[in-house]
Design a binder for this molecule. Structure first.
Ligand SMILES: Nc1ncnc2c1ncn2[C@@H]1O[C@H](COP(=O)(O)OP(=O)(O)O)[C@@H](O)[C@H]1O
Ligand SMILES: [Mg+2]
Length: 310
């Protein structure tokens, strides 16, 4: 049994007599130890999908199962689910971290002593013990975000939904949240992550699903997707510029020389070029890798697609 099974979800919004198809046939499945980057432009349908999974919006069609239970019918499903939706709004700003954790622990069904134990554990783990008695509104944005994730984990859920968890964080806090996401997934949980920071998605995710106009446009393991979109070209970087004799030989083989860098389109001639370069000091030899940002842009705005004005 998967931790998350969302089957053929649909959701229309009705606004002033108009119907807006926000989600049209989205299916997602997740197992433990897995980070799924759920990507899409603004308005693509990410939050609507996440809210249907969290049991907050009833789908028009389709079903959700979290560890086999339906969050729209069975309150026990919520025991397997933690969510940080839209920033840190799952916190009470006038309470302390300690009070927030204990309150939400009891709300999610822990005993008072169970909630207390888990609170101390999470405060320690997220390095918030020294701030446990200060009002949340006085903490830094990074600490608030760590606390929001801790609160979502208080009842030890199998599935964690994170909507833009690094938005507005400084470099150090972003690194901390990334480490937390990695560790929490490695504990066997499934993490559904939306973010506009595609470098973070690329670093953390095992799989990527891109949603466009309410439907899944592409879904692949991250490494497969990157390989599929990567070229076969190589870049060779030298410590110094080339002498003219070597340069003309490299160009005769089909290499392109720009300053200290040589571009080789066919992988077969990389070794011939390297032979010519011997014994010049190399900085690096690298196969061109597509980044998730390039892939994302190409999926949502295909270069070869006819433009609507034609
Ligand atoms: N409560 C709502 N009422 C009407 N339309 C909505 C509502 N929430 C979202 N929408 C619309 O549904 C579409 C999908 O929105 P959303 O799921 O928030 O996308 P995302 O999170 O990917 O930006 C958008 O066109 C948005 O304007
Ligand atoms: Mg959203």
């Amino acid at each position: 049994m998967s931790i998350l099974e969302a089957h053929h979800l649909y959701k229309n919004y009705h606004l002033k007599g108009k119907v807006l198809a926000a989600v049209q046939d989205v299916s997602l499945r997740m197992d433990g130890n897995e980070v799924l980057a759920f990507l899409g432009a603004n308005g693509a349908g990410k939050t609507t999908t996440i809210k249907m999974i969290a049991g907050l919006i009833l789908p028009d069609q389709g079903s959700v199962r979290i560890s086999g239970r339906d969050p729209h019918r069975d309150p026990w499903a919520l025991r397997s689910l933690g969510a940080v939706l839209e920033g840190t709004r799952n916190l009470y700003w006038r309470l302390t971290p300690e009070e927030n954790l204990e309150y939400f622990g009891v709300l999610r069904g822990l005993t008072r002593s169970g909630a207390r134990r888990r609170t101390l554990e999470l405060l320690d783990r997220f390095d918030l013990t020294h701030k446990r008695r200060e009002m949340v509104q006085t903490l830094s944005r990074g600490m608030q975000q760590k606390l929001a994730i801790a609160v979502a984990l208080i009842h030890d859920p199998q599935l964690l939904l994170l909507d833009e968890p690094t938005l507005g964080l400084d470099v150090e806090a972003t690194e901390t949240v990334k480490t937390i996401i990695r560790e929490v997934a490695a504990e066997g949980r499934a993490i559904l992550l939306t973010t506009h920071q595609l470098d973070i998605a690329e670093e953390l995710s095992h799989r990527v699903a891109i949603i466009q106009n309410g439907a899944i446009a592409i879904e692949q393991p991250t490494a497969t997707l990157i390989r599929q979109f990567s070229g076969t070209a190589y870049t060779i970087e030298l410590a110094l510029g080339l002498d003219s004799d070597r340069m003309s030989k490299v160009e005769a083989l089909g290499g392109v020389v720009k300053g200290n860098t040589i571009y080789v389109r066919e992988p077969e001639i990389v070794y011939e070029v390297l032979d010519l370069l011997k014994p010049l000091p190399l900085i690096k030899v690298e196969q061109d890798q597509a980044s998730l940002t390039e892939i994302f842009l190409q999926v949502i705005h295909p270069v070869n697609a006819p433009s609507p004005s034609l």
